[in-house]
Design a protein around this ligand. Structure first.
Ligand code: HDD
Length: 681
């Protein structure tokens, strides 16, 4: 369906050549032979043994037996979509990257979002960082921005990545827990590798349980370089800013969602694209002249540090729109191979030791995951520009390279394919002057692990701080080892004594007796309280029984839809509910098939006390939504349901007689996302 809505582009055209529609066709073997029977294997007599000769059975079964490939070592659970990127104005001053020059030009992109720790089938609402990988199919080759929704990382040197991941993944003796950091080995790693402090603060914050892939930021994390035509370099950090703002769910909701709909995030993205509500993100850059490299109280090469936006503003330079779902998840989402080393002229690396190590790992991992060195030929990975070199053969090779020459230098093919000069687009590494001794060591400038962790804490609103305290208390509360608990509490005393003291109390540990980093600065950009707030695409459960005020409810639903809010009708059973003035509504969900955690807000139309089952289930639904700080509204009979326990007097609960006034206030309450100033009863 989304195909028709989409303008085509060079990548879509290329993919089309590899796309096959089997509908309405005759069944054949892989050799093209038409098959006459697909129900029964070939046997010696109807009750006899199966014959070896049955090539159709053997081919079908052999292919099936090999359908799975190893899942990604991290980021196994992911979902992707196609889209396009446009730059707002030429970035010529800073970079010669072709796709950042011309606002008229659309660059095809493929974006995969993921959780880090869980296996391929794990619940999507795990407390975890989210991967945010973008492949730009530029005319100069593929450029991959392989980032996360958290701007810093757990470790400073890639050599520690296997240790981090071993500690984070399910414990090896019993493979528990799935997609969760709340276990002893992870926290033992944290306490004994204190460079993790800053990222752990983010992971314990609401950022780690996003409401939607469409409502989270993305970060390139490392410091990269922009290089312009003149060869001048600037340091750069990349950001993705979601047009819908950055929003999260609450932890109780996240845990329930993992059971009610483990596909919640992919379903949300898929449906938004199918509905034409294309997710949009603006690309932001923080640019730093080379001369300013040492002007900060942190090292810009340290991936556990961010550049406060108030000190180095984020310049928004373009927009990405995701406008087409994949045709086949395995062929596209599973086989896509990202690599931070896929760069184009004008974008280069810094000496961040984490980035340097990543440059090795990504190709290496694809060799076992995708089975050999030719994964760049898979349709989703092919650049849209031509590529020529002397690489040959290997498992699954698809290109038929002509000619006798596959080496360089040669005379038999006039020394081609030949390297391109810089003016012809040849990639030239930035000629940074380097000198130093070969050492296995870390710079002293990487040694402050707590100041920015405190900066993050200082920047949180009161509800955000409460959520973090609860997150730490939950995670440490799950630990079996009291010594690890105490080590972590002591460690976070360096970040905030307030946080560590409250967590120590919750988990029965001793109050740490140190001092925190003493940082008093805060960065408002880090708090989600300051994000954009819009009602668009929010889902509202409309709780209806028969005999409702038809005119009023229709009026409210029309207003909600006009603001691109999505009301869905919920009742005791599927079918039609009838209101006054002959107004009928088709029921989308029952209390059995839906749950309050699947919605952003609730509009209560009916009370229906006489229908005991309805009343009981509606009350539970409303109370749960209320406890998750969601906006609630009621008109007519529905008001009675909100009057229980005085819910109707709480912030974010809208009860008005006048339809227009009700709709306006309810939409405003929906835009606010959650109402933290509510006392949960
Ligand atoms: Fe990584 C996958 C992001 C550090 C090694 N990483 C992977 C993916 C994302 C990131 C989003 C999923 C890509 C996809 O959708 O296919 N990784 C990051 C970020 C990091 C980071 C933002 C720190 C700034 N990663 C990192 C290090 C190493 C790796 C330090 C190893 C030295 N990452 C891998 C990997 C993966 C991977 C093992 C697994 C699957 C894959 O590459 O294709 O190579």
């Amino acid at each position: 369906m989304s195909d028709e809505r989409n303008q085509t582009n060079s990548k879509q055209e290329q993919l089309k050549e590899h796309t096959r529609d089997d509908q309405g066709k005759k069944l054949t073997t892989n050799q093209g032979l038409k098959v006459s029977e697909d129900e029964f294997s070939l046997k010696a007599g109807t009750r006899g043994p199966t014959l070896m000769e049955d090539f159709h059975f053997r081919e079908k079964m052999t292919h099936f037996d090999h359908e799975r490939i190893p899942e990604r070592i991290v980021h196994a659970r992911g979902f992707a979509a196609h889209g396009e990127f446009e730059v707002y104005e030429s970035m010529k001053e800073y970079t010669k990257a072709g796709f950042l020059q011309n606002p008229e030009k659309k660059t095809p992109v493929f974006v995969r979002f993921s959780t880090v720790a869980g296996s391929r089938g794990s619940g999507e609402l795990a407390r975890d960082a989210r991967g945010f990988s973008t492949k730009f199919y530029t005319e100069e080759g593929n450029y991959d921005l392989v980032g996360n929704n958290i701007p810093v990382f757990f470790i400073q040197d890639a050599i520690k990545f296997p240790d981090l991941v071993h500690a984070l993944k399910p414990e090896p003796h019993n493979e528990i827990p799935q997609a969760a950091s709340a276990h002893d080995t992870f926290w033992d790693f944290v306490a004994n590798n204190q460079e993790s402090a800053h990222m752990v603060m983010w992971a314990m914050s609401d950022r780690a349980i996003p409401r939607s892939f469409r409502m989270m930021e993305g970060f390139g994390v490392h410091t990269f370089r922009f290089v312009n035509e003149e060869g001048k370099s600037h340091f750069v950090k990349f950001h993705w800013k979601p047009v819908l703002g950055t929003h999260s769910v609450v932890w109780d909701e996240a845990q329930k969602l993992n059971g009610k709909d483990p596909d919640f995030h992919r379903r949300d993205l898929w449906e938004a694209i199918e509905n034409g509500d294309y997710p949009e993100y603006e690309l932001g850059v923080q640019i730093l002249p080379e001369e300013d490299e040492f002007k900060f109280d942190f090292d810009i090469l340290d991936p556990t540090k961010l550049w406060p936006e108030e000190d180095i503003p984020v310049k928004l330079i373009g927009k990405m729109t995701l406008n087409r779902n994949v045709d086949n998840v395995f062929a596209e989402t599973e086989q896509v191979a990202f690599h931070p080393g896929h760069v184009v002229p004008g974008i280069d690396f810094s000496n961040d030791p984490l980035l340097q190590g990543r440059l090795f790992s990504y190709t290496d991992t694809q060799l076992s995951r995708l089975g050999g060195p030719n994964f760049h030929e898979l349709p989703i990975n092919r650049p849209v520009c031509p590529f020529h070199n002397n690489q040959r053969d290997g498992i699954g090779r698809q290109t038929i390279n002509k000619g006798q020459v596959s080496y360089h230098n040669n005379s038999l093919a006039a020394n081609t394919p030949e390297p391109a000069s810089e003016s012809e687009g040849g990639y030239k590494h930035y000629q940074e002057k380097m000198e130093g001794h070969k050492v296995r060591a870390r710079s002293d400038s990487f040694k402050d692990h707590f100041s920015q962790a405190t900066l993050f804490w200082n920047s949180m609103s009161k509800p955000e701080k409460d959520h973090m305290t609860n997150a730490f208390s939950f995670e440490l509360g799950k630990l079996e080892n009291a010594s690890v608990q105490q080590q972590v509490v002591d460690m976070f005393g360096n970040v905030s004594m307030e946080l560590a003291t409250n967590v120590a109390y919750a988990v029965g540990a001793n109050t740490p007796n140190g001092e925190d980093s003493g940082v008093t600065k805060s960065s408002p950009a880090l708090s989600q309280e300051n994000t954009k707030k819009k009602p668009d695409t929010r889902k509202v459960a409309v709780i209806v029984h028969s005999d409702f005020n038809g005119e009023k409810v229709r009026g409210v639903l029309t207003r909600l839809k006009a603001d691109n809010i999505q009301p869905e009708i919920l009742s005791g059973r599927l079918g039609i509910v009838k209101g006054s003035e002959g107004i009928e509504l088709e029921v989308d969900h029952t209390f059995l098939t839906a749950d309050s955690v699947l919605f952003d807000a609730v509009y209560v139309v009916s009370d229906a006390k006489e229908d005991k089952a309805f009343y009981k289930q509606a009350s539970y639904f409303i109370h749960e939504a209320f406890s998750h700080f969601k906006p609630l509204g009621a008109t007519g009979e529905g008001k009675k349901l909100l009057k229980q326990d005085h819910i109707e007097k709480s912030p974010g609960v809208v009860i008005d007689e006048d339809t227009e006034e009700f709709a306006t206030n309810f939409i405003q309450a929906i835009s606010a996302h959650r109402h933290w100033d509510r006392e949960v009863v």
